[in-house]
Design a protein. Structure first.
Length: 66
């Protein structure tokens, strides 16, 4: 009887460990996606800033020519 109880406890603990590892892996995957999306958004914002700066420089150059 003690052997069966020990096996049941061991199996339950092993299952918890697998669930915890799976949850951690899923959380890491989600965090990685969030970081990638943040980098993409930052890159797009930088492109918009660069385009706006280019327009400002172009307009400044046009106004000094007149």
């Amino acid at each position: 009887m003690k052997t069966i109880l020990a096996l049941a406890v061991t199996a339950a603990l092993a299952g918890c460990g697998l669930e915890t590892a799976s949850t951690a892996a899923t959380a890491a995957s989600i965090k990685k996606q969030e970081v990638q999306e943040g980098q993409k958004t930052m890159h797009q914002a930088q492109q918009k800033i660069d385009a706006a700066m280019q327009q400002v420089q172009t307009r400044a150059g046009e106004s000094t020519e007149q």
